[in-house]
Design a protein around this ligand. Sequence first.
Ligand code: CTP
Length: 430
Amino acid sequence: MKKYLKKLPKEVQDFIHLIAEVAALRGMRVYLIGGFVRDLMLGAKNLDLDIVVEGDGIIFAEDLAGRLKARLIKHRRFATATVIIGHNLKVDIATARSETYPEPAALPLVEPGCVNEDLKRRDFTINAMAIDINGSSYGSLVDIFAGKNDLAKKKIRILHDLSFIDDPTRILRAVRFEKRYNFRIEPRTLKLLKAAVRKKMLEIVQPQRVRDELILLLKENDPICRLKRLHNLVGFSFINRRLKLTKSNYQLLKSAEGEISWYNRVHSRRRPLDSWLIYFMALLDPLSVADTQEVCAKFVLRKGEEKRILSYKKIDKKFISELSNLRLKPSRIFQLLEPLSYETILLIKAKYGSPGVRKHIEEFLKIYNGMRIYISGHHLQSLGIEPGPVYQEIFTKVLEAKLNGLVKTEQEELALIKELTKTETGYGKA
Ligand code: CTP
C-alpha cells in the first residue's frame, strides 16, 4: 500500500506518521480503515481519515489533539472521537471493537477488539480493509475479506449472510455505493438484499437510522438514478405504504434537478441549497398532507425541514393561479414568495412551470428578494414618529412602493413617509 500512501499530499503523509508515533508512545496499534482506505485505493479524493485504535481510542484522540493543539470532539458512548486540524483535515478515531446483534435490526452490543474483529463488523468487503501504519509494518494491507479483489472487479459484496438482517440500513448503503462508484451488487448479495426486503427489514429498523442513510443517498451526485434503483429493488413502502415512483413523480424529480442546477449556476452567491430536501419533497409529492406529516414524524425530521416540506405541500391552486398572473405587482410577488424557503420556491418552479410562475420566481430571486430600503428607525424617530408597531407598517409600505418602482432613492423614501404621516391616521407624531 506504500505506493498509494505516497500519492497523498505531503502534509497528510506526515500526519499519518505522527498518528503512528503518538499511538506507539502508548503502546497502541493504529490502522487506517474503511472509507478512507477504499477511496485511497480507488484514487478518489477523501481527506477524512478513518482510524481504528487497538486500545482506548479516546485516550489516543486526547493525546493526538494535545500534540497538535487541534479541536477534539469526543463521543464517549461510542468510544469514538474526531480530531479537526485546520480547515480541511479531519480524522475520525474509533476504538477497535467487535459487534454482536442481540436481535435483527437492533443496535449491536459492542466490545473492545482487535483490527480483524473491527473489520468483521463492517458492511461490504470494499469497506472492510485496513492499512497498518505501525513501525516496520507501515503500509501493509489488512484484507481478510478480499476487498481489494472486489474493488478491482467493481463488486459490492456483504461479509456474511446475515449482514442485511443485522443492519438493514445497509440496503440503502449498497445502492449508494453501487451508483457512486459505478459498481454492481454481486448476485449473492443481491439475493440476500431482496430477501431482507421481503422480510420488510427496513420497516423494522429504527426510522431515524433509515432517514440518515436516505439523506446521505439524496446528497450524492445524481440522486435520481439511485432513487430509481432503490425503487426497483426495495420500493418506497419503507417511507410510506402509499408511496411509489410514478412517471409524473419521476418527471418532477428531473425538473427539480434542472432547477437546482439553475439556482447553483445563477445564484451561486446566495445560501447553499439543501438540495437533498428538494429531492425528498419531490419524492413525497404524491402523498397527502396527512401522509406527509406522518413521514416527517416517523423520521423525526428537524422542525425547519418539516416546515419547508409542509409549506410546499400546502401550496394550492389559488396560490398558483395568482402567481401565474403575468400582471401581478412586484409587491404581491414578494408577499407570496418571501415567506417560503428557497427549497420550496424551486420545487414550485419545477412543478408549476407556467410562464408567469417561472418569470415571477426568477424576478423574486434576482431582484425583490434582496431588496432593502434606506430608511431606518432613526429616520422615523428624527421625523418625530413615536416608536411602536407603526414602524413596521411604515417599513412595509415603503418596501412595497420600492418593489413597485414608485420610490428609488433615500429622498424619495423620506418623501413617501412624510406623505404617509400626513394622510394616514395612527402615524402620530411624538
Ligand atoms: N459501516 C457499516 N455499516 C453501517 C454504517 C457504516 O459497516 N451501517 C462501516 C463501513 O465499514 C464504513 C464505516 O463504517 O466504511 C464508516 O461509515 P461511513 O462514514 O458511513 O462510511 P464511509 O465508508 O466512510 O462512506 P462515505 O464515503 O460515504 O463517508
